[in-house]
Design a protein around this ligand. Structure first.
Ligand SMILES: NC(=O)c1ccc[n+]([C@@H]2O[C@H](COP(=O)([O-])OP(=O)(O)OC[C@H]3O[C@@H](n4cnc5c(N)ncnc54)[C@H](O)[C@@H]3O)[C@@H](O)[C@H]2O)c1
Length: 249
Protein backbone atom coordinates (compact mmCIF):
# COMPACT_ATOMS: atom_id res chain seq x y z
CA UNK A 1 0.00 0.00 0.00
CA UNK A 2 1.24 3.51 -0.88
CA UNK A 3 1.44 6.05 2.00
CA UNK A 4 0.15 9.13 0.18
CA UNK A 5 -1.43 10.80 3.21
CA UNK A 6 1.40 10.92 5.76
CA UNK A 7 1.02 14.16 7.75
CA UNK A 8 -2.49 14.81 6.37
CA UNK A 9 -5.60 15.23 8.48
CA UNK A 10 -8.89 13.86 7.11
CA UNK A 11 -12.37 14.84 8.36
CA UNK A 12 -14.78 12.12 7.25
CA UNK A 13 -18.56 11.78 7.72
CA UNK A 14 -20.56 8.56 7.49
CA UNK A 15 -17.57 6.62 8.83
CA UNK A 16 -19.54 3.87 10.57
CA UNK A 17 -20.41 1.59 7.64
CA UNK A 18 -20.21 1.04 3.89
CA UNK A 19 -18.31 3.52 1.73
CA UNK A 20 -17.40 5.73 4.71
CA UNK A 21 -15.93 2.83 6.66
CA UNK A 22 -13.95 1.63 3.62
CA UNK A 23 -12.66 5.15 2.92
CA UNK A 24 -11.62 5.73 6.52
CA UNK A 25 -9.61 2.50 6.46
CA UNK A 26 -8.03 3.43 3.15
CA UNK A 27 -6.86 6.82 4.47
CA UNK A 28 -5.65 5.15 7.68
CA UNK A 29 -3.68 2.54 5.74
CA UNK A 30 -2.05 5.32 3.74
CA UNK A 31 -0.85 7.24 6.78
CA UNK A 32 -3.52 9.90 7.41
CA UNK A 33 -4.72 11.09 10.81
CA UNK A 34 -8.49 10.86 10.96
CA UNK A 35 -11.43 12.64 12.55
CA UNK A 36 -14.44 10.38 12.02
CA UNK A 37 -18.10 11.25 12.55
CA UNK A 38 -21.38 9.35 12.26
CA UNK A 39 -24.65 8.81 14.14
CA UNK A 40 -24.22 5.02 14.54
CA UNK A 41 -22.21 4.78 17.75
CA UNK A 42 -21.28 1.11 17.85
CA UNK A 43 -20.20 0.81 14.20
CA UNK A 44 -18.35 4.13 14.42
CA UNK A 45 -16.34 2.67 17.31
CA UNK A 46 -15.56 -0.39 15.22
CA UNK A 47 -14.28 1.74 12.33
CA UNK A 48 -12.15 3.75 14.76
CA UNK A 49 -10.67 0.55 16.18
CA UNK A 50 -9.96 -0.82 12.68
CA UNK A 51 -8.15 2.42 11.77
CA UNK A 52 -6.12 2.24 15.00
CA UNK A 53 -5.11 -1.31 14.08
CA UNK A 54 -3.69 0.25 10.92
CA UNK A 55 -1.63 2.50 13.22
CA UNK A 56 -3.51 5.68 12.37
CA UNK A 57 -4.16 8.47 14.83
CA UNK A 58 -7.97 8.59 15.09
CA UNK A 59 -10.58 10.62 16.94
CA UNK A 60 -14.27 9.89 16.52
CA UNK A 61 -17.38 11.72 17.59
CA UNK A 62 -21.13 11.25 17.32
CA UNK A 63 -22.36 13.98 14.99
CA UNK A 64 -25.60 14.35 13.06
CA UNK A 65 -24.43 16.21 9.96
CA UNK A 66 -27.82 17.90 9.59
CA UNK A 67 -27.26 19.69 12.90
CA UNK A 68 -25.49 23.04 12.58
CA UNK A 69 -24.31 22.81 16.19
CA UNK A 70 -23.00 19.22 15.89
CA UNK A 71 -21.07 20.08 12.74
CA UNK A 72 -19.51 23.27 14.07
CA UNK A 73 -18.47 21.50 17.29
CA UNK A 74 -16.97 18.60 15.34
CA UNK A 75 -14.96 20.78 12.97
CA UNK A 76 -13.76 22.87 15.93
CA UNK A 77 -12.73 19.75 17.84
CA UNK A 78 -10.95 18.27 14.80
CA UNK A 79 -8.88 21.45 14.46
CA UNK A 80 -8.09 21.59 18.15
CA UNK A 81 -7.05 17.90 18.13
CA UNK A 82 -4.92 17.93 15.00
CA UNK A 83 -4.19 21.63 14.35
CA UNK A 84 -5.34 21.48 10.71
CA UNK A 85 -7.68 19.84 8.19
CA UNK A 86 -6.35 18.81 4.77
CA UNK A 87 -9.11 16.62 3.38
CA UNK A 88 -12.87 16.49 3.88
CA UNK A 89 -14.92 13.49 2.73
CA UNK A 90 -18.68 14.02 2.93
CA UNK A 91 -19.99 10.47 2.82
CA UNK A 92 -22.90 10.40 5.31
CA UNK A 93 -26.24 9.88 3.62
CA UNK A 94 -29.71 8.33 3.83
CA UNK A 95 -32.13 7.03 1.23
CA UNK A 96 -35.81 6.78 2.16
CA UNK A 97 -37.96 4.99 -0.41
CA UNK A 98 -41.54 6.00 -1.27
CA UNK A 99 -43.94 6.18 -4.17
CA UNK A 100 -43.95 9.91 -4.73
CA UNK A 101 -47.70 10.37 -4.19
CA UNK A 102 -47.28 8.81 -0.74
CA UNK A 103 -44.03 10.56 0.18
CA UNK A 104 -44.30 12.17 3.65
CA UNK A 105 -42.93 15.69 3.67
CA UNK A 106 -40.96 14.79 6.81
CA UNK A 107 -38.98 12.17 4.89
CA UNK A 108 -38.44 14.56 1.99
CA UNK A 109 -37.09 17.23 4.32
CA UNK A 110 -35.00 14.78 6.38
CA UNK A 111 -33.32 13.46 3.23
CA UNK A 112 -32.40 16.94 2.09
CA UNK A 113 -31.30 17.86 5.62
CA UNK A 114 -28.83 14.97 5.91
CA UNK A 115 -27.59 14.60 2.33
CA UNK A 116 -27.56 18.20 1.12
CA UNK A 117 -27.66 20.53 4.14
CA UNK A 118 -25.23 18.20 5.95
CA UNK A 119 -22.76 18.42 3.07
CA UNK A 120 -23.19 22.20 2.95
CA UNK A 121 -22.59 22.61 6.69
CA UNK A 122 -19.43 20.50 6.72
CA UNK A 123 -18.09 22.38 3.68
CA UNK A 124 -18.98 25.79 5.11
CA UNK A 125 -17.32 25.17 8.44
CA UNK A 126 -14.22 23.40 7.10
CA UNK A 127 -13.39 25.69 4.16
CA UNK A 128 -11.56 28.32 6.25
CA UNK A 129 -9.14 25.58 7.40
CA UNK A 130 -8.92 24.00 3.95
CA UNK A 131 -7.95 27.37 2.48
CA UNK A 132 -5.03 27.44 4.93
CA UNK A 133 -3.92 23.90 4.02
CA UNK A 134 -4.75 24.22 0.25
CA UNK A 135 -6.95 21.24 0.89
CA UNK A 136 -9.42 19.04 -0.89
CA UNK A 137 -13.10 18.11 -0.51
CA UNK A 138 -14.81 15.06 -1.96
CA UNK A 139 -18.60 14.88 -1.71
CA UNK A 140 -20.48 11.67 -2.38
CA UNK A 141 -23.24 12.27 -4.91
CA UNK A 142 -24.82 9.38 -6.88
CA UNK A 143 -25.81 8.21 -10.34
CA UNK A 144 -29.30 9.28 -9.26
CA UNK A 145 -28.13 12.88 -9.67
CA UNK A 146 -27.56 12.19 -13.37
CA UNK A 147 -30.47 9.96 -14.40
CA UNK A 148 -33.89 9.47 -12.90
CA UNK A 149 -34.62 6.80 -10.32
CA UNK A 150 -38.12 5.75 -9.23
CA UNK A 151 -39.41 5.78 -5.62
CA UNK A 152 -36.60 7.99 -4.39
CA UNK A 153 -37.25 11.56 -5.52
CA UNK A 154 -35.96 13.21 -2.35
CA UNK A 155 -32.74 11.21 -2.54
CA UNK A 156 -32.22 12.02 -6.23
CA UNK A 157 -32.90 15.71 -5.66
CA UNK A 158 -30.50 15.80 -2.70
CA UNK A 159 -27.72 14.16 -4.71
CA UNK A 160 -28.24 16.52 -7.67
CA UNK A 161 -27.95 19.32 -5.11
CA UNK A 162 -24.63 17.88 -3.91
CA UNK A 163 -23.33 17.88 -7.51
CA UNK A 164 -24.32 21.53 -8.07
CA UNK A 165 -22.89 22.56 -4.70
CA UNK A 166 -19.62 20.81 -5.56
CA UNK A 167 -19.15 22.65 -8.85
CA UNK A 168 -20.10 25.98 -7.33
CA UNK A 169 -17.61 25.63 -4.47
CA UNK A 170 -14.85 24.69 -6.92
CA UNK A 171 -15.54 27.87 -8.88
CA UNK A 172 -15.82 30.08 -5.80
CA UNK A 173 -12.60 28.84 -4.14
CA UNK A 174 -10.48 27.25 -6.90
CA UNK A 175 -8.30 30.34 -7.35
CA UNK A 176 -7.50 30.24 -3.65
CA UNK A 177 -6.20 26.68 -3.87
CA UNK A 178 -9.22 24.67 -2.76
CA UNK A 179 -10.11 21.49 -4.67
CA UNK A 180 -13.74 20.26 -4.60
CA UNK A 181 -14.99 17.20 -6.47
CA UNK A 182 -17.72 14.64 -6.13
CA UNK A 183 -18.07 10.97 -6.90
CA UNK A 184 -21.23 9.45 -8.33
CA UNK A 185 -21.42 5.79 -7.39
CA UNK A 186 -24.02 3.26 -8.48
CA UNK A 187 -24.20 -0.41 -7.67
CA UNK A 188 -21.98 -0.52 -4.57
CA UNK A 189 -22.51 -3.40 -2.12
CA UNK A 190 -23.62 -1.64 1.09
CA UNK A 191 -26.71 -1.54 3.31
CA UNK A 192 -28.08 1.25 1.14
CA UNK A 193 -28.21 -0.76 -2.08
CA UNK A 194 -30.52 -3.47 -0.68
CA UNK A 195 -33.94 -4.00 -2.26
CA UNK A 196 -36.13 -0.96 -1.40
CA UNK A 197 -38.86 -1.58 1.17
CA UNK A 198 -41.79 -0.38 -0.98
CA UNK A 199 -44.73 -2.33 -2.45
CA UNK A 200 -45.72 -2.46 -6.12
CA UNK A 201 -42.24 -1.98 -7.49
CA UNK A 202 -41.75 -1.87 -11.27
CA UNK A 203 -38.48 -3.79 -11.51
CA UNK A 204 -37.73 -2.56 -15.05
CA UNK A 205 -37.67 1.00 -13.77
CA UNK A 206 -35.65 0.08 -10.71
CA UNK A 207 -33.02 -1.88 -12.63
CA UNK A 208 -32.64 0.79 -15.32
CA UNK A 209 -29.49 2.17 -13.66
CA UNK A 210 -27.85 -1.13 -12.80
CA UNK A 211 -24.16 -1.60 -13.68
CA UNK A 212 -23.24 -3.82 -16.63
CA UNK A 213 -20.87 -5.72 -14.31
CA UNK A 214 -21.72 -7.09 -10.82
CA UNK A 215 -22.07 -4.75 -7.85
CA UNK A 216 -18.67 -3.93 -6.32
CA UNK A 217 -17.37 -3.57 -2.78
CA UNK A 218 -17.22 -0.07 -1.22
CA UNK A 219 -13.40 -0.21 -1.35
CA UNK A 220 -13.71 0.69 -5.06
CA UNK A 221 -15.17 4.08 -4.12
CA UNK A 222 -12.60 4.50 -1.35
CA UNK A 223 -9.83 4.10 -3.94
CA UNK A 224 -11.36 6.79 -6.16
CA UNK A 225 -11.76 9.21 -3.25
CA UNK A 226 -8.13 8.57 -2.27
CA UNK A 227 -6.97 9.27 -5.84
CA UNK A 228 -8.93 12.53 -6.07
CA UNK A 229 -7.53 13.82 -2.78
CA UNK A 230 -3.95 12.67 -3.43
CA UNK A 231 -1.26 14.81 -5.05
CA UNK A 232 -1.81 12.99 -8.37
CA UNK A 233 -5.47 13.99 -8.49
CA UNK A 234 -4.75 17.62 -7.71
CA UNK A 235 -5.68 19.16 -11.05
CA UNK A 236 -9.10 17.46 -11.16
CA UNK A 237 -11.34 20.21 -9.79
CA UNK A 238 -15.08 20.88 -9.92
CA UNK A 239 -15.52 17.47 -11.51
CA UNK A 240 -17.91 14.60 -10.90
CA UNK A 241 -16.76 11.04 -11.50
CA UNK A 242 -19.21 8.21 -12.13
CA UNK A 243 -18.18 4.88 -10.61
CA UNK A 244 -21.03 2.71 -11.80
CA UNK A 245 -19.78 -0.13 -14.02
CA UNK A 246 -20.92 1.71 -17.19
CA UNK A 247 -24.53 1.96 -15.96
CA UNK A 248 -24.92 5.44 -17.39
CA UNK A 249 -22.32 5.26 -20.17
N1 LIG B 1 -24.39 2.03 -2.07
C1 LIG B 1 -24.54 2.63 -3.22
O1 LIG B 1 -24.75 1.97 -4.25
C2 LIG B 1 -24.45 4.13 -3.32
C3 LIG B 1 -24.66 4.71 -4.58
C4 LIG B 1 -24.57 6.10 -4.69
C5 LIG B 1 -24.29 6.88 -3.60
N2 LIG B 1 -24.12 6.30 -2.37
C6 LIG B 1 -23.84 7.21 -1.26
O2 LIG B 1 -22.71 6.76 -0.54
C7 LIG B 1 -22.77 7.29 0.79
C8 LIG B 1 -22.49 6.17 1.77
O3 LIG B 1 -23.57 5.25 1.71
P1 LIG B 1 -23.34 3.67 1.81
O4 LIG B 1 -23.79 3.07 0.55
O5 LIG B 1 -22.00 3.39 2.33
O6 LIG B 1 -24.49 3.28 2.88
P2 LIG B 1 -24.45 3.15 4.45
O7 LIG B 1 -25.87 3.23 4.90
O8 LIG B 1 -23.64 1.95 4.82
O9 LIG B 1 -23.63 4.45 4.97
C9 LIG B 1 -24.22 5.68 5.30
C10 LIG B 1 -23.59 6.17 6.58
O10 LIG B 1 -24.08 7.49 6.88
C11 LIG B 1 -24.40 7.54 8.26
N3 LIG B 1 -25.39 8.58 8.52
C12 LIG B 1 -26.71 8.56 8.21
N4 LIG B 1 -27.30 9.68 8.63
C13 LIG B 1 -26.35 10.44 9.21
C14 LIG B 1 -26.34 11.72 9.83
N5 LIG B 1 -27.46 12.44 9.95
N6 LIG B 1 -25.17 12.20 10.31
C15 LIG B 1 -24.03 11.48 10.22
N7 LIG B 1 -23.98 10.25 9.64
C16 LIG B 1 -25.12 9.75 9.14
C17 LIG B 1 -24.93 6.14 8.56
O11 LIG B 1 -24.97 5.86 9.95
C18 LIG B 1 -23.95 5.28 7.78
O12 LIG B 1 -22.80 4.99 8.55
C19 LIG B 1 -24.15 7.92 0.95
O13 LIG B 1 -24.05 9.33 0.79
C20 LIG B 1 -24.92 7.31 -0.21
O14 LIG B 1 -25.98 8.13 -0.61
C21 LIG B 1 -24.20 4.95 -2.20
Amino acid sequence: MMRRFEGKVVFLTGAATGIGEATAKRFAAEGAALYLVDVAEEELGQTKEACRQLEAEVVSRLCDVSSELDVSKSIGEAVSCFGRIDIVANIAGIQLWHHTTEHPIEDFERTLAVNLTGTFLVCRDSIPFLLESKGSIVNVSSTTALAGIPYSVAYAASKAGVLALTKSLAVEYGKRGLQVNCVNPGGIKTAMSRMPPVDDIDMDLLLRQNPLSPFVEPEAVAGLIAYLTSAEGRHVNGEYVRIDGAALA
